[in-house]
Write a protein that binds this ligand. Structure first.
Ligand SMILES: Cc1cc2nc3c(=O)[nH]c(=O)nc-3n(C[C@H](O)[C@H](O)[C@H](O)COP(=O)(O)OP(=O)(O)OC[C@H]3O[C@@H](n4cnc5c(N)ncnc54)[C@H](O)[C@@H]3O)c2cc1C
Length: 390
């Protein structure tokens, strides 16, 4: 139910955007800084949107797991990948969170007057947030976590997908997630199917494309999910839920121009601050880290938030250079139907390297290893990209 806002809502910290990043910041503050009176402002009538967010065990430091553990719906101790040239099982744990768990946990852990839903934050200024209905939330500190903003200063391809939770008439037989089944027909770029076995007869199946465009034809994608299910011998009883996404995969651009195009408040987090793993567009690991960095600041005020979050985003951008180069290889170095070779090449590397790759913590040796071996793209196309994006 949308919450009615008092004309002048006052608090210590206003968080604009109740998605993954905003929700985790609110939960971290509720636990570590209970003395702070916060407001979490969300445009929709529930927090978190409609997502299944997943992460690898190695993505989040063990001491930080308390923040996401209550949100986890399902976990597995290993996962599979399938490529045209090989299949492989990897022993990294995999965890999935349904966004409805974020909504219910926020409502459990935070006082109701903290949670403002069904209200767009139209303007964020130093000292206040102006809501769509004209009401004002007054706060000495404001954070912008309203999701991806203006990306026109960045060079991107797209990761786009449609997923459906299928209830089958018989058990599907999967014991662990299939993170990528790239043995399917390669259409519209690098295409793969992603499967999460939620119970013996429930499986979440997603049809994913690394494409040049964000256009997503849900009907065709749903047909392809049905076709994949049929090829596995799965008899669909019910489609329980659906989700879709179009996420930018950043391979270049001007970070300062991106920052300038997205408002005047430097205290930003989540997709709004490009705190994402460039290749996967996953933001959950950085969202956990950011929420805890905020909650652990000695003084939480606009100036300390601006300074810390701007420099965190700038460092993340700088550290992401190698991954953006790989994205440039993926999108610009190969014809669309050959893009799968880059991921096939990556997944042939050792497990620890892959864990660091997903966590965005690849070492120099990892980088050299990822660039070694039989090149997945023609050298004549790799060299100009290396010169431009390195
Ligand atoms: C379907 C889907 C699946 C994904 N799966 C994964 C995954 O498995 N793992 C992973 O790490 N990442 C995943 N991602 C990518 C990324 O982590 C998510 O997009 C994540 O939700 C980004 O978090 P965020 O808080 O920055 O943005 P969001 O979660 O999008 O949150 C922004 C929130 O702000 C609200 N909002 C927007 N404008 C206003 C406004 N003016 N006023 C008030 N509220 C506003 C929105 O309604 C939204 O709730 C997925 C993305 C999608 C779309």
């Amino acid at each position: 139910m949308p919450k009615k806002v008092r004309p002048a809502h006052q608090c210590d910290l206003a968080i604009a955007g109740g998605g993954l990043a905003g929700g985790l910041i609110a939960l971290a503050l509720a636990k570590l800084r209970p003395e702070l009176n916060i407001a979490l402002i969300e445009a929709e009538d529930h927090f978190g949107g409609n997502h299944i967010w997943s992460f690898f065990e190695s993505d989040i430091a063990a001491e930080n797991r308390w923040l996401v553990d209550p949100l986890i719906s399902r976990q597995w101790d290993s996962y599979d990948v399938h490529f045209p040239e090989y299949s492989r099982r990897l022993s990294n744990g995999y965890f999935s969170i349904e966004s409805s768990n974020l909504d219910s946990t926020l409502r459990k852990r935070l006082p109701p007057e903290t949670l403002i839903t069904g209200q767009r934050a139209e303007a964020l200024e130093n000292g206040r947030v102006i809501l769509a209905d004209g009401a004002t939330v007054t706060a000495p500190a404001v954070i912008d976590v309203r999701g991806g903003g203006n990306m026109s200063a960045l060079e991107t391809g797209w990761q786009k997908f449609c997923g459906q939770m299928l209830k089958l008439r018989q058990p599907h037989g999967l014991e662990r997630p299939v993170i990528m089944d790239a043995t399917v027909e390669q259409i519209d770029g690098y295409r793969f199917i992603y499967c999460l076995p939620f119970s013996d007869s429930c499986v979440f199946v997603e049809d994913t494309y690394y494409s040049d465009t964000a256009d997503l034809d849900s009907t065709t994608s749903h047909d392809r999910i049905a076709e994949y299910a049929s090829r596995q011998g799965w008899d669909i009883d019910t489609i329980c839920s659906t989700e879709k996404g179009q996420l930018p995969v950043i391979y270049g651009g001007d970070f300062d121009a991106f920052w300038a195009a997205n408002g005047t408040i430097d205290a930003r987090a989540g997709a709004r601050a490009a705190l994402i793993q460039p290749i996967t567009s996953y933001s959950l690991p950085m969202a956990v880290k950011t929420a805890l960095l905020i909650a652990e600041l000695p003084e939480i005020n606009q100036s300390s938030l601006d300074k810390m979050l701007r420099s965190l985003a700038a460092k993340h951008w700088k550290d992401g250079k190698f991954y953006r180069l790989l994205c440039a290889f993926l999108f610009l170095g190969a014809d669309p139907d050959q893009r799968y070779k880059t991921l096939q090449h990556t997944y042939a590397k050792n497990e620890q390297l892959l864990a660091r790759f997903y966590a965005g913590t690849s070492t120099r040796m990892d980088q050299l290893s990822l660039l070694s071996g039989k090149p997945p793209i023609p050298v004549s196309r790799a060299m100009p990209l290396l010169l431009k994006y390195r």
